[in-house]
Design a protein around this ligand. Structure first.
Ligand code: ADP
Ligand code: MG
Length: 595
């Protein structure tokens, strides 16, 4: 075989394949160009999932008429000087590849007018045909129209999914960009229908409202950029990462991970590990299979992150990813523990007055003034977070504010309903509390704490008890041996599926031990998710918690509510189900037609 240099058109098409994988990649590149151009309005229109046509228009700085053709030349960029330090890139684009790549696989028309020009210049490019140029009337800014994407690349077209799924990928890209840039007014029209319109007010909550609706937006919790973790603390004092944005409270969740939007210095990225960091922060608060909603911007010093890993720039590499992981997890956890609203009885109402949209003074733009909003923090929260995530580095959380979080108001017990719920009154209405779920929460936190302090109450047995366990239980014992030991179990295999039990957590002592331990292991087998230690605590809590159907004396209920008030996350049981429903005085008055 002779080695030949590829013809430029062929080389261009190969390179284009890396940047332009599907319609959504075209949209992403064009929107990023508009953002780099300083646009305050960006309109995206697509037809047929973007395969028929895509148009992105902006009101940004425009392209000089004399440079319009150059913009479509390979490696032509205005964003990087020769010899400039690649590690200090602040624009979204820098490779000068997007426009030529798009033009290699589609028909493109660019119309652009800088503010000092009276008219716009246009350029039409079609693969394999001569280009056309001219002037026409158009507003200041740039508009790029892309038609018949991959019409001449049948192989690539075959790899694409249906127009509907390409359309949803486009919507996801625009949504992420709109959340990363609440100060820009985004509009997305698909096949003639408006599917997203943000206000461009600069408030993240407004952008969330446009995407997820006012109820969800109203309930979202703020993640403060205060939780700073120093990168690579041990060796250098260089740089710091901070996390700002919003996350959903535990009672609002989704069935997929696609609602977690992560940005690095406001660049949309994909990173499974960091997505997992967000989820980890909800440990014990969300039901299995449920995922949070989040929009989080990581501010990382430019030299700590490499954005030039892949042509699509969606992947980035951190110098110290573990530090970033820890910073996200702690910041989200802190937001969840600091402001934990009680689920409202009326789904139409944002839960808790602190999170209401209506009648509240608008919050200052999050990205600029996030720090100023740092109003509440739990005393000693750093310790709690640290203990809950032993795998992460010691937190460099800023000193907590003086006022402790009032996660639950003081409640007065009125009575019991159906042997299942406790009825209580608070300063702002009525609360129905699930007695089993509430007790589970209290016990769960107690067991975790006793394990942390290495002081679990243990019942030693004078006479060891021989256990004959089901095969599944034996495997569970073997697998979680260490976690079980930390809570006070002393079990030893005796051969042939038999075990001797010498000690067990005191909460399980009494009665028929074989039956109790079997029942406990059943519970543990059913606990999905979480690590072994968490599952032991959840199972002990479930086993020990008062059952639904048990009549409680007023004093017992008062005691339970008081303990619940003192817990860290009183609003959910360890599985993430709500412990209580709140009916505000307003809602009740409305239901009774009093207003
Ligand atoms: P890059 O963004 O990496 O520089 P592109 O191929 O995406 O490369 O764009 C090439 C150049 O065209 C940009 O550097 C910029 O100068 C100009 N350009 C592209 N889109 C726009 C736009 N919407 N507004 C203003 N200038 C633009
Ligand atoms: Mg670009």
């Amino acid at each position: 075989m002779t080695i030949r240099v590829l013809r430029p058109e062929v080389a261009a098409r190969i390179a284009a394949g890396e940047v332009v994988e599907r319609p959504a990649s075209v949209v992403k590149e064009l929107v990023e160009n508009a953002l780099d151009a300083g646009a305050t309005r960006i309109a995206v229109e697509v037809a047929g999932g973007g395969l028929d046509s895509i148009r992105v228009s902006d009101d940004g700085c425009g392209i000089e008429p004399a440079e319009l053709e150059t913009a479509f030349a390979r490696h032509a960029t205005s964003k990087l000087d020769d010899g400039e330090d690649l590690s200090l890139i602040v624009t979204l684009g820098f490779r000068g590849e997007a426009l030529p790549s798009i033009a290699a696989v589609a028909e493109v028309q660019a119309v652009s007018r800088p503010s000092h020009c009276q008219a716009a210049a246009y350029l039409r490019l079609s693969p394999g045909a001569p280009s056309q140029q001219g002037t026409k009337g158009a507003p200041v800014g740039t508009s790029v129209t892309v038609r018949h994407l991959f019409a001449r690349q049948p192989a690539r077209r075959k790899f694409l999914r249906s127009a509907a799924s390409e359309a949803s990928a486009v919507a996801a890209v625009v949504t992420h960009c709109a959340l990363a840039h609440p100060e820009v007014r985004f509009s997305l029209v698909m096949d003639g229908r408006q599917s997203l319109a943000t206000t461009g007010s600069g408030y993240l909550r407004d952008a969330l409202s446009a995407v997820y609706g006012p109820e969800v937006a109203g309930a979202m919790l703020e993640v403060r950029p205060a939780a700073r973790a120093r990168l690579d603390e041990a060796t250098t004092a260089k740089g710091a990462v901070s996390v700002a944005g919003m996350v959903s409270p535990p009672h609002i969740s989704r069935a997929g991970r696609g609602y977690i939007s992560l940005f690095v210095n406001r660049r949309c990225i994909q990173n499974r590990r960091l997505t997992y960091a967000v989820e980890e922060a909800y440990q014990g608060m969300l039901m299995v299979g449920r995922h949070p909603i989040a929009a989080l911007d990581l501010r990382v010093p430019y030299e700590e992150v490499d954005v030039n890993v892949h042509p699509t720039k969606a992947e980035v590499r951190f110098r110290d990813e573990s530090a970033v992981f820890g910073a996200i997890q702690r910041a989200v956890r802190q937001a969840l523990l600091t402001a934990s609203p009680v689920p409202g009885g009326d789904p139409g109402q944002p839960p808790g007055p602190a999170f209401a949209l209506a009648g509240q003074p608008a919050m200052p733009p999050l990205w600029e003034h996030g720090l100023k909003l740092a109003t509440r923090a739990t005393a000693g929260i750093a310790g709690v977070i640290d203990a809950a995530s032993p795998s992460t580095a010691a937190p460099a959380v800023e000193p907590p504010a003086a006022t402790p979080a009032q996660t639950l108001p003081v409640l007065r017990v009125i009575g019991q309903f159906g042997g299942v719920y406790i009825v209580a009154e608070g300063p702002d209405g009525m609360y129905l509390i699930d007695q089993h779920a509430a007790h589970e929460r209290v016990l769960y936190e107690r067991f975790l704490q006793q394990r942390r302090q290495r002081s679990p109450p243990v019942q030693g047995l004078l006479e060891p008890v021989a256990l004959e366990l089901a095969p599944g239980h034996g495997a569970l014992l073997a697998q979680e041996e260490e976690a079980l030991r930390e809570y006070g179990f002393d079990v030893e295999p005796f051969g042939d599926g038999a075990y001797v039990l010498r000690a067990l957590p005191r909460s399980l002592a009494g009665g028929d031990l074989r039956q109790t331990v079997g029942g406990f292991l059943d519970l543990m087998q059913n606990e999905e998710g979480g690590d072994g230690r968490d599952r032991v605590a959840m199972s002990l809590a479930c086993h020990g918690a008062v059952r639904a159907g048990k009549t409680l004396a007023l004093d017992e209920m008062r005691e339970l509510i008081q303990q619940l008030e003192e817990s860290e996350a009183p609003q959910t049981c360890p599985h993430g189900r709500p412990t209580m429903i709140h009916m505000s005085a307003d809602v009740l008055a409305r239901e009774f037609g009093r207003r």
